[in-house]
Write a protein that binds this ligand. Structure first.
Ligand SMILES: O=C(O)c1cc(=O)[nH]c(=O)n1[C@@H]1O[C@H](COP(=O)(O)O)[C@@H](O)[C@H]1O
Length: 240
C-alpha cells in the first residue's frame, strides 16, 4: 500500500468527490480536514469509505480531556482509519483520547490515533511567539516522547525530524505533511521535504495536499509522486 495520504482541503463535497473519483484507493488514502468536515459533516467520511478509501480524519482535537475523549470516541465510531489530536494538550488529554479510541473499537478494527507535535507551518521563531524557547527539533522530540508514553500509535511531524524520531521513539508511526516535490512552492509550510527524501528520512506516511489538489491534472500529479517514490526518474518537462 502506498504511503500517500491526499489532503482533501476543499470547501464542499462536490469538489472533493470530483478529485477522489480520479484517484485509485489502492494508490493513496485520503484526509478529511477542518474545512471539508465543517462544510459536509460526517457524511463525507461515509461517501469516501463507500468508494473504498481509508480516511484520516484530521480534526486535531485539543481541549480538556473529557471533551477530547468524547470527540475521539465519536470520530472512531465513524470507522476512520486514523485520527489526530494535539500532543501539546498534555498527558491527561492524550491518555483520555487513547482510552476513548480503544473503547470505540470494541475489539474490531482499531482506528490509529496520532498526535500532532509542532505544526509544519512553524519554525523556531513562531515557537518563540507562543512561549516555547526550545528549537523545533527538541520540542518535536519532547512531544513525541509524551505521545509514546501515552501509548499513541504515531505522531505528525515534518520529514525533517523523521530520522531523529525513528531513533528516539521507533514504536511510533511518523506521519509527515509539508511534502513538496522539487518544482512546487512551499506555500505556508515552513518545514518541507520532497517525497522520496521524506521516505528515505524515515516517514511512514506522506500527507500531500496542494501539490496534488492544485495541479492541473491531479491524478497525474499523484502518479508522478508515486513514480518518484518507486525510484523512477522524474522528467521535469512533464511538470504540472
Ligand atoms: O495534521 C495534519 O495533517 C497537518 C499537520 C501539520 O503539522 N501540518 C499540516 O500541513 N497538516 C495538514 O496537512 C495538509 C498539508 O497540505 P499541503 O500543504 O497543501 O500539502 C493540510 O491539510 C494540513 O492541515
Amino acid at each position: 500500500m502506498s504511503p500517500l495520504i491526499v489532503a482533501l482541503d476543499y470547501a464542499n463535497e462536490r469538489d472533493a468527490l470530483i478529485l477522489v473519483d480520479r484517484l485509485d484507493p489502492a494508490a493513496c488514502r485520503v484526509k478529511v480536514g477542518k474545512e471539508l468536515f465543517t462544510a459536509c459533516g460526517p457524511a463525507i467520511v461515509g461517501r469516501l469509505q463507500e468508494r473504498g478509501f481509508d480516511v484520516f480524519l484530521d480534526l486535531k482535537f485539543h481541549d480538556i480531556p473529557q471533551t477530547v475523549a468524547k470527540a475521539c470516541r465519536t470520530a472512531a465510531s465513524l470507522g476512520v482509519w486514523m485520527l489526530n489530536v494535539h500532543a501539546s494538550g498534555g498527558s491527561s488529554m492524550l491518555r483520555a483520547a487513547r482510552e476513548a479510541v480503544n473503547a470505540a473499537a470494541g475489539g474490531t478494527q482499531r482506528t490509529l490515533l496520532v498526535a500532532v507535535t509542532v505544526l509544519t507551518s512553524m519554525n523556531d521563531a513562531t515557537l518563540r511567539e507562543v512561549g516555547v524557547n526550545s528549537s523545533v527539533e527538541d520540542q518535536v522530540e519532547r512531544l513525541a516522547t509524551l505521545a509514546a508514553e501515552c501509548a499513541l500509535d504515531g505522531i505528525v511531524c515534518s520529514a525533517l525530524e523523521a530520522g531523529r524520531l525513528r531513533v528516539a521513539v521507533p514504536e511510533l508511526l511518523r506521519v509527515t505533511p509539508g511534502i513538496r516535490p522539487a518544482q512546487d512552492a512551499g506555500d505556508d509550510q515552513r518545514r518541507i521535504m520532497a517525497p522520496a527524501a521524506a521516505v528515505a528520512a524515515g516517514a511512514d506516511f506522506l500527507v500531500v495536499g496542494r501539490p496534488i489538489t492544485a495541479a492541473e491534472d491531479p491524478a497525474r500529479a499523484l502518479s508522478r509522486i508515486l513514480s518518484e517514490l518507486a525510484g523512477d526518474p522524474v522528467d521535469p518537462r512533464k511538470s504540472e
